[in-house]
Design a protein around this ligand. Structure first.
Ligand code: SF4
Length: 226
């Protein structure tokens, strides 16, 4: 069975979106061609931060690791997990009684059986419309005051009333203009917009598991092209 390159696996809880606060086992795949300038998982792709050695696991091994924990589901994230064939992994997880949640930019064909899909679109690789329609929730990373309107122009027709989380980009989490633009949008439009935040970062819950990797600087260097 084909193995997957894995950056890290750890046990924590979901810090964002509809399933916030629920115990989850995280499988973070290695590799992402999107290269967002504020990426908070730069170790999965950034040339200055990738580890010397990337472990590979067959799906059965990952499922066995996950089943050691009393998690409600497994979150397959990245990097960009959708660059990989994930059907064998979601099948292996299902066989040990675990549902699979996917976190993806939506820019690549989704290959796997998921009980929940979060699409967080990125400007540097526009999402496939079919993935927006397939998603259970949308998570917009709000970088500035114009972000929400710009995304709604691009993907608004495909959302069909599913929850749209508005998360401040982490380096802008105290930017009053960004926070006001999120608040204004929710107060003006109501459903399906939701104010979001990366609560797991306030708790540092990922780091409570020694199997997680230490945090790295956000993203790349725009002037270098990554
Ligand atoms: S934030 Fe962007 S660069 Fe980082 S893993 Fe997600 S899609 Fe890739």
């Amino acid at each position: 069975m084909k193995s997957l390159p894995i950056y890290e696996c750890f046990y924590a809880w979901q810090g964002e979106g509809v399933h916030i606060g629920k115990a989850a086992y995280f499988i973070r795949t290695f590799g992402c061609p999107v290269k967002c300038p504020w990426c908070d998982s730069a170790g999965t792709w950034h040339p200055e931060y990738v580890p010397d050695k990337i472990d590979k696991y067959v799906p059965f091994e990952l499922a066995e690791m996950a089943r050691n924990y009393p998690c409600e589901f497994v979150i397959i994230t990245g990097g960009e997990p959708a660059i990989h064939e994930l059907n064998p992994l979601t099948t292996a997880l299902r066989e040990v009684g675990l549902g699979s949640h996917l976190e993806t930019s939506g820019g690549f064909e989704i290959k796997g059986e998921f009980s929940w899909i979060t699409v967080s679109p990125k400007w540097w690789k526009m999402p496939i419309n079919e993935n927006i329609e397939k998603a259970d929730e949308i998570k917009l990373i709000v970088e500035d005051e114009s972000t929400i309107d710009r995304w709604m122009e691009k993907i608004g027709d495909y959302i069909h009333n599913k929850p749209v989380w508005l998360n401040p980009e982490w380096s802008q989490r105290s930017n009053r203009k960004v926070l006001k633009s999120i608040s204004d949008k929710i107060k003006k439009s109501g459903n399906p917009f939701r104010a979001g935040y990366q609560f797991h970062k306030l708790y540092n819950v990922d780091l409570m598991d020694p199997n997680s990797k230490p945090p790295l600087p956000l993203g790349g260097k725009i002037e270098n092209g990554f």
